[in-house]
Structures are given as structure tokens and as C-alpha cells.
Write a protein of this length. Structure first.
Lengths: 265, 281, 363
């Protein structure tokens, strides 16, 4: 092994340790019996039990999942349309504005997105009476808005790398354009749509800042609840929650990795 | 061709209403004056909020601190991320996909909980201090938490994957023969790196840096959880002006200035991404 | 006989770029017609206008007496085999082939019957339930062919049909295509950049350049009697001699060429005038090379030395330098097996050709 690669290997080792040691510690401490989270007091799963008895957490989690399911689904529908429009309809009025608006929410700082949407909802309420209450509806709209950008970009890049003559061939064989979308385009971009949906779902579950802006009193999403709790310091039941999330995600990502690896080899 | 119109109109309208219109409202409110009431701003038009931002030193300093903090976090991400991305891109295919998956995995876990994980590491009774005390390196805990250092570590930790992925993408695409060709033509190992690898990786470097810098500058969670009361960053100021001081016009003005600050990086990033998309096709 | 496909004054502009420049073309029923040209010459755009993917900026296209100029692709009696084959990756071979009939709402029984016919025609019986990623390039090509033919189109368009195949397979597939075309009697329009492919496949060829046709004719006409330098050089190699027309009559044109150092004769009624600057062209394989001066039998005969040569197995190539410095390429069949070289560098040689072998190139 040469000198440079030894340097690279040590950086890699350091980098991955940097990324994973904090997560591993959270997992370890979640099984700590002690109330002071960082002092080891023996193995225990009591915090998991407490987690499932905590109705506030369960309510918040339920709300978050509902929002994530709804916004991911709407975002996938709208984002797919947008990706299709950008990749396949060559010229239409306002295309530049459209493509600018599609990608902007991805790079906009969350505080700005959150603030501007809240101000919109307030203004709407004053002029139209809707939304009467901020919560599920407003958070779902906010999440849909930035998540559809991700879906659109994923779908668009899949379409760009897809042979356009597949769609032309279907049209040549007698398929009307809309028919071709359902026969050829959608089946072929389905994996991209699924990836987009999953990303949208995760982003929604993960969002704290935007939800904090656009939610009203009484509607706490899971990240909002966690935030209000960890503001006060390390807390053992949050360790347990984090462990569940890390475990769940790891299994999912690892399974996906195994499947794609088998497919490619 | 009706369905085509729907496919364009539905997302278009959504974005006009829920993305573009809100900015117009932010702009309008930033030009109003705060009052006590519902809504807490006047219908008048003035530049008072902006004037206030530039006269009260604290805001100027906060903007500068945010830029500096984001820039140094970006630099450290690059310093750590480049060799990592390089190492991943040059590893054997089987290892490569595993290493890559391990970079992507944290993306899918909660951002908030990953920041939270550092609280347990950095506080006075946290893992690092406990370990250092046990090892006898120190005899009093070092106060890592609630400092700029903690914010800095949090930023680098959270945004490192955003740096590595575009870097990896441009390094992986690169033909290894190019480096060998340069060496064959007499370039030393480091010469070949600066003459071939670095220029070809530059699009990835630009994208990675922007992907870290832009969100880092407006970051709210990290300074709130890991930073001290004196480590003011602009995202937190905006949040507090709005929710604590209820000064909507000022919060809006803070947002507008932040946006102006980010216009150039955002446009750069979009142009890069558009080019990347064309590259795919 | 009425033209089956008639293209009249068709042009296609993309912004300022003229892809196809006001072309006229008539193709007869049952022809295997090739449009030959380099990349960017407009041949693919022309094909896409026939298929309906592009609408001409000007002109009209008629197929079997019906104006299809503005008909969308899904209503035209025309099917296409794409360069990439565009076999639907998420459908089995069978589903791919039956796709067109299903869009026509053909009865199930009829679909099954015709799919069987097609599978037999392209010899893919055993592969009917395979997915495209389990097929070789040649098999995918045949799926694409069957899929396009099952609708019994009036015209089958083929975009670089063989470009994606390796050389051996290409040669075999060429003849398969010709057999299928012969059997079904469908008019084929092929777009290709490969002159050899066009020569073997086609009943007629149109050579295209810069959005226009340079020459339309049978492969033999195109090769033996190229109208101009572009056509002559695009198809095979050719030697050209610049010169001035010294005499012209109904049968022959005499041209004095300083490059050749003699007066050359070219056959045919040419639209040239005395004194005009033109070029006379001779194909390398029409030229004989010998060590001794041949007997005077009316052939053109020039002296030169061997500048370079190459051995290609079935034939040898020689580059002969004339006194004027002009290099002439000669291709000669290696009829006899011989290990020793017949000629080597700087050998003094004679080259000769029959006056009938030379043509006059306009422009």
C-alpha cells in the first residue's frame, strides 16, 4: 500500500468515525438505566417503555406521519407533472420562471420559506377566512411545496437519461400522447417517483423549522415535540426514540442497498 | 393537448401561490412599520426596518458572523470531504457502494436527532469530557457546549454528506487514465493532482461548497441547541424577532437581506445543477 | 405509375438552422430506398417528418395518395424502427410486439395469430416471454422490426437499422432485412451513414448533404456515375484530375490535365463547354499498375513511381506519384498467392485505365 492511499484510508476512517460515533453513542445510552443520560447505570429498556406510554409523543408522531403521507403523495403527483413538463414539453410560456421556481425551494434557507409561508397564511386568513386554524393543513401545504421540488428534479433527471425514442416508438405504434404517458413514461419513471416520494416523506418527517412557523397552537409535529424537549438538555427517552429511528432507517437503507447491489451484479 | 396544460398548470399554480406570492408578502411587510395589534404591522410604506438593520450594529455583526461561520464550516467540510470522496471513488466497486450508502444513511435519519447526539458528546458530563477526565488529560471538564466551537462542529457534522456526494459524483465520473497519462508524461503525483484531478473535480467542489454554505448560513437548529446565548446567527435572530419580539417587519427585512446575500450563491448553484442535468442527457 | 411516397418542396427549419432544404423525392411502392449522408445532413429530420415526429416548415408529404403532412404519428400508416430500437424495457417480447395492435383495439384472437406470425418471421419463438434486458442486440433489433411490421404499415422507416450491431451480425442481418422486405412487399425507407449498407440493401439511394439531395439513383449509378465530387468521395475513394475541357462531343469529353500531364477522355454526354475547368475522376480499382509500359490500345497511360503501398489481404493499395507530384491511388486484386512483393518503394511503374472508366465531375 502506498503513502497516499494510507493517508486516504486514515481520513476515511476518521470521517466515518466522525459521522457514526455520535449516533452509536445515542444508541448505547438509550439502553442506560440511569436518568442522567450520560452516566452509565446498567442495561435497561425502560425508556422504550416510557416512550410508548408518552401520549404527547405518540400524538405528535401520529400527526407527523399523517402530514408526511399526505404531503409526500401530493408532492409526488405535482412534482412528477413538473418534471414531465420540464423534461418533455420543450417550449411553453413562462418556462424560465417555472424551472426557477421548481428548484428554488430546495436551496432556500428554511427560515425564509417558513416565514414567508406563515405570512401568506396570515394574509389569506385575513382576506378569505381560510385557513381558520393552522396545523395539519398548513404544514402539509408547506411540506408539499418544498418536497415537490425534490420529486421534480429526480423525475426530470430520470426522464433526461431515458431514451426519448421509447415514447416516440409507442406513439408511432398508434398510442395517443396521453396513452403513451401511462403505457411507457410512468412505468419507466416509477422507480424515480418512488424515490421522490420516499425523500419527500422523510423530509416532511424531519422538518422542524418550517413546521414551527406554519403550525398553530396545539399542533405539534414530532420534531417540534423533540425540539421542545431537548432544548432543556439530553433526555433518555429521546435517546430511545432516536435509536428507534436510526434502527428503522438503517434497516431500510441497508435493505435497499442489498437489493440494488444484487440487481447490478 | 389539454392534459399537457394541466400537467404544467397544476404545479405552476401551486408554486405561484405557495412559493412566489409569499415572497411578495414578505417584501411588503418588510416595508411596513410594526404596531401592537393584529396583524402587528401597518399598511404604510417605509424603509425604517431596513434602516434599523444597518444602524444597529448587532445585525451587521450577526450577518458577518453567519457568513464567516458558514464559510469556515464549508471550508472544513471540503478539507475533510475531498479526501473522503476521493477515497470512496477510488475504492473497489463492492466497497464503494457500501461506503457510499454509509454517507447517504444519515440523510434519512433525523437532522434534529443528529444534532442532538452532539449534546450528549459535548456537554460537561458528556462522553468527551468524561473520557478526557478518565484518561487524566484534564482535571476539569472543558465547556464545549454553548460555544461557537460546538456550533462549528455541528455544522460540519450535519452538512458533511452534502459536500461528499457531489464531490464523489464528479470524481467517480473522472477517467483514472487521465491521472496516469499525466504521470506518464512526467508529472509527479502531486503535480498530477493539481493539474488533472482538481480542475476536473471543480464542478463538484463548487456544488458541494454551495450546498453546505447556503443552508448553513440560515441555520436555526444548530445554533439554538449547541450555541450559547452570545453566538448569534442570522437564522436564530430572524426566528426570535418574529416569535419573541413579534416584530414582523423587522423579521421580514432580515429575511430579505439574507435572501439578497444568497442570491448569487443560489443562482450559481442552479446554473451548476442545470448544466449537470444537461450533462446527464 | 403514381408515386407511392411523394415529398414535395419539403423544408424544415429549427430557428435559423435549415435542417432540410426544400427537397423533392418520389419513392415507388415496394422499393427499398436509402437516404445516405453524414451526420447532420438532414436525413434523420427527413425520416422524422415521414414518421410524423416533426412537422415540415414548408412543403407536403403524401403517402399512397393521402396527404399526411400534418397527421400525428399515431394516425399515420407508417411505422418506424428506431436507431436505439426503443424496445420497451418493461414489457416482454410478446407484449412489445403486440403493442401496436392493442392500440388499434384489434380482436384478441387476431392479435395472438399475428404475434405468432411475427415471432416466426423474426425467429424469436423461443423468446416470447423474455424481457429485453435478457436479449442480445441482434434479438432486440428483431423485436423492434417485428413490432413495427405487425401493423402492416404502408411504409416502414428504418433509422440506422444496423449501426448498433457488430460487423459479422450486420452482414447477416442485412440479408435478412432484404428477404423480409421481399416477402412482405412493404416499402422500406432506410436512413444510414454507412455507404456499404446503403449499397447492398437498396434499390435506390439518395445521397444527402447540407439538407439537400446531391444525387438520387440506383447503387450502380451512384457509384459508377457520380454527379459531383461530394457523391464521388462519399461513396468509396476516387482519384480526381483537375483540367480544362479541350473538346466535347456527343459521346466523349476530352480534358487536358496538367496534373496528369496528358489529355484525358471521359465518357458520356456531359453538360460542359469547351474551356471550362472541371475534374475527371477514376476509381482506384479501375486502374491497372504494371512494371512495363503496356501496349498502346487506347487506354490512358501514365508514368510514375511507387510512393507507398499497403497489403490488405484480398487486395493491395498503391500510392503512385506522377511527374507532376500528383498522387494516384490504385487498388489491385491479389489474385495469385505470392510472398514476394510485386512492387516496392520508388519502383518505376505505369498506370493505365480504359477511357470508359473515367467520369466528369460537375462542380
Amino acid at each position: 500500500m502506498n503513502r497516499q492511499s494510507r493517508f486516504i484510508v486514515s481520513i476515511l476512517a476518521f470521517g466515518y468515525a466522525f459521522l457514526y460515533v455520535p449516533l452509536v453513542l445515542v444508541v448505547v445510552y438509550s439502553f442506560n438505566d440511569s436518568r442522567i443520560a450520560t452516566v452509565w447505570g446498567g442495561f435497561s429498556v425502560r425508556w422504550y417503555g416510557e416512550l410508548f406510554r408518552n401520549e404527547q409523543i405518540l400524538d405528535a408522531a401520529f400527526l407527523s406521519v399523517r402530514i408526511a403521507l399526505t404531503s409526500a403523495t401530493i408532492a409526488t403527483v405535482l412534482g412528477t407533472m413538473a418534471g414531465l413538463a420540464l423534461a418533455r414539453f420543450r417550449r411553453f410560456k413562462g418556462r424560465t420562471l417555472f424551472s426557477g421556481m421548481i428548484t428554488s425551494p430546495m436551496v432556500m434557507p428554511e427560515v425564509i420559506t417558513g416565514l414567508s409561508l406563515l405570512l401568506l397564511f396570515v394574509a389569506l386568513q385575513q382576506t378569505t377566512g381560510w385557513p381558520g386554524q393552522r396545523g395539519f393543513g398548513t404544514i402539509t401545504i408547506a411540506h408539499t411545496t418544498f418536497a415537490m421540488a425534490y420529486v421534480a428534479v429526480i423525475v426530470q433527471s430520470r426522464l433526461m437519461s431515458m431514451d426519448e425514442s421509447l415514447e416516440e416508438a409507442a406513439m408511432d405504434l398508434g398510442g395517443h400522447p396521453l396513452r403513451v404517458v401511462f403505457d411507457i413514461t410512468l412505468p419507466l419513471i416509477a422507480p424515480a417517483m418512488a424515490a421522490g416520494w420516499l425523500l419527500a416523506f422523510t423530509l416532511s418527517l424531519d422538518d422542524l423549522v418550517i413546521a414551527s412557523f406554519v403550525s398553530g397552537p396545539g399542533s405539534n409535529t414530532l420534531p417540534m415535540y423533540i425540539f421542545s424537549k431537548v432544548k432543556l438538555g439530553v433526555s433518555p427517552d429521546i435517546n430511545a426514540l432516536a435509536t428507534l429511528i436510526i434502527g428503522f432507517v438503517s434497516i431500510g437503507v441497508f435493505a435497499a442497498w442489498l437489493i440494488t447491489r444484487r440487481k447490478t451484479s | 393537448m389539454n392534459w399537457r396544460r394541466i400537467a404544467i398548470a397544476a404545479p405552476y399554480l401551486w408554486l405561484l401561490v405557495f412559493f412566489l406570492a409569499p415572497f411578495a408578502i414578505v417584501l411588503k411587510i418588510s416595508l411596513a412599520d410594526p404596531v401592537f395589534g393584529q396583524p402587528p404591522y401597518t399598511q404604510s410604506v417605509s424603509l425604517d426596518s431596513f434602516a434599523f438593520l444597518f444602524t444597529d450594529k448587532i445585525y451587521v455583526i450577526t450577518y458577518l458572523r453567519s457568513v464567516l461561520m458558514a464559510a469556515s464550516a464549508t471550508f472544513l467540510c471540503l478539507l475533510l470531504g475531498f479526501p473522503m470522496a476521493y477515497g470512496i471513488a477510488r475504492s473497489r466497486p463492492a466497497t464503494r457502494s457500501l461506503l457510499l450508502m454509509l454517507i447517504i444513511l444519515p440523510f434519512w435519519t433525523s437532522f434534529l436527532l443528529r444534532v442532538y447526539a452532539w449534546m450528549g458528546l459535548l456537554n460537561n458530563y458528556g462522553t468527551i469530557n468524561t473520557f478526557l477526565l478518565w484518561a487524566g488529560v484534564i482535571d476539569q471538564p472543558i465547556p464545549f457546549m454553548y460555544t461557537d466551537f460546538a456550533v462549528f462542529v455541528g455544522l460540519v457534522y450535519s452538512y458533511l454528506p452534502f459536500m461528499i456526494l457531489p464531490l464523489y459524483a464528479s470524481l467517480e465520473r473522472m477517467d483514472l487514465d487521465l491521472v496516469e497519462a499525466a504521470q506518464d508524461l512526467g508529472a509527479s503525483r502531486s503535480r498530477a493532482f493539481w493539474d488533472v484531478t482538481w480542475p476536473l473535480a471543480r464542478p463538484g467542489v463548487v456544488a458541494g461548497c454551495l450546498l453546505v454554505f447556503i443552508p448553513a448560513i440560515g441555520e436555526y437548529v444548530i445554533p439554538y441547541l449547541l450555541g450559547g446565548p452570545e453566538s448569534l446567527l442570522i437564522g436564530r435572530v430572524l426566528f426570535d424577532e418574529f416569535f419573541v419580539n413579534l416584530d414582523w417587519p423587522l423579521a421580514s427585512a432580515v429575511a430579505i437581506i439574507l435572501l439578497l446575500l444568497l442570491v448569487i450563491p443560489i443562482v450559481l448553484l442552479q446554473r451548476y445543477q442545470a448544466r449537470d442535468q444537461e450533462g446527464v442527457a | 405509375m403514381k408515386n407511392f411516397i411523394s415529398i414535395k418542396g419539403v423544408g424544415k427549419h429549427f430557428g435559423n438552422f435549415v435542417a432540410v432544404d426544400n427537397v423533392d423525392l418520389a419513392i415507388e411502392k415496394g422499393e427499398l430506398f436509402s437516404i445516405l449522408g453524414g451526420s447532420g445532413c438532414g436525413k434523420t429530420t427527413l425520416l422524422r417528418m415521414l414518421a410524423g415526429f416533426e412537422v415540415p416548415t414548408s412543403g407536403s408529404i403524401e403517402i399512397d395518395g393521402i396527404d399526411v403532412t400534418s397527421q400525428p404519428p399515431y394516425e399515420r400508416p407508417v411505422n418506424m424502427m428506431f436507431q436505439s430500437y426503443a424496445v420497451f424495457p418493461h414489457m416482454s417480447v410478446e407484449k412489445n410486439i403486440e403493442y401496436g395492435l392493442r392500440r388499434e383495439k384489434t380482436a384478441k384472437k387476431e392479435i395472438a395469430k399475428r404475434v405468432d406470425e411475427m415471432l416466426e418471421l423474426v425467429q424469436l419463438d423461443d423468446f416470447r416471454s423474455r424481457k429485453p434486458d435478457q436479449l442480445s442486440g441482434g434479438q432486440r433489433q428483431r423485436v423492434a422490426l417485428a413490432r413495427a411490421l405487425i401493423k402492416r404499415p404502408k411504409v416502414l422507416l428504418l433509422d440506422e437499422p444496423l449501426a448498433a450491431l457488430d460487423k459479422k451480425l450486420r452482414e447477416r442481418t442485412q440479408f435478412e432485412l432484404m428477404n423480409i422486405q421481399d416477402e412482405l412487399g412493404i416499402t422500406f425507407v432506410v436512413v444510414t451513414h454507412d455507404q456499404e449498407e446503403a449499397m447492398t440493401l437498396s434499390s435506390r439511394i439518395a445521397v444527402m448533404n447540407n439538407g439537400k439531395f446531391e444525387q438520387i439513383g440506383t447503387p450502380k449509378e451512384i457509384y459508377e456515375f457520380p454527379h459531383n465530387r461530394f457523391v464521388a468521395e462519399f461513396i468509396g475513394t476516387i482519384n480526381t484530375f483537375k483540367g480544362r475541357v479541350s473538346a466535347v462531343n456527343d459521346e466523349k469529353t476530352k480534358v487536358y490535365s496538367t496534373e496528369a500531364g496528358v489529355t484525358l477522355t471521359a465518357l458520356g454526354k456531359q453538360l460542359v463547354e469547351e474551356g471550362q475547368q472541371i475534374e475527371v475522376a477514376v476509381r482506384p480499382e479501375k486502374i491497372f499498375v504494371s512494371k512495363d509500359k503496356p501496349e498502346d490500345n487506347g487506354d490512358v497511360c501514365l508514368e510514375g513511381i511507387v510512393d507507398d503501398f499497403g497489403y490488405l489481404g484480398n487486395r493491395s493499395l498503391y500510392r503512385i506519384r506522377l511527374k507532376s507530384g500528383k498522387i494516384v491511388q490504385v487498388s489491385s486484386q491479389n489474385r495469385r498467392r505470392s510472398v514476394t512483393r510485386f512492387l516496392t518503394w520508388e519502383d518505376r511503374v505505369w498506370i493505365s485505365w480504359h477511357p470508359n472508366s473515367a467520369v466528369v465531375l460537375l462542380d
